[in-house]
Design a protein around this ligand. Sequence first.
Ligand code: S3P
Length: 172
Amino acid sequence: MKNIVLTGFMGTGKTSVGRILASILGLGFVDTDEEIEKNNGKTVAEIFGSYGIKYFRYEESLMIKKISNRGDLVIATGGGAVLNPDNVAALKKKGIIVLLRSSPEVVYSRIGLESNRPLLAGEEDPLQKITDLMQQREDTYRESADLEVTSNNSKELVAAKIIRLLKERECI
Ligand code: S3P
């Protein structure tokens, strides 16, 4: 079976929905950010702080190449993963890309107070920053996706919607 790859902005539920999908479909679950953290013995925020964003993107690409070669997985990616076309190509080799889309307000309500989001750290107006960054990335997210689903509601409902879509497309 093809990997199911979840993409989308921070706080759209890639990790939490991914865990539910994997458990319902009996697939393995991998979160690229978590794997990078394990590999480096540091949180994403610490990696950004110590080594910078370029290093993080490099590690992210290596991790994506490695994970994409495996099968029968639900893969939750970091919000910036699909900005690199090489990552998209690797993920598509054995996977179907499902984009999760939430409104800036919902994203802000979910992640506004979390500290492990270096792209929002120190922002005076995080909602505005989320809105701008989401807008900048919108085309890239949509162009790289095979399917998209709105994820403003609960993770269980979003997982159910994804399963329905995958069945309709005869992917599962
Ligand atoms: C990023 C999103 C984060 C993490 C890093 C960069 C981004 O992942 O990979 O902070 O560029 O949008 P989540 O989408 O899981 O928060």
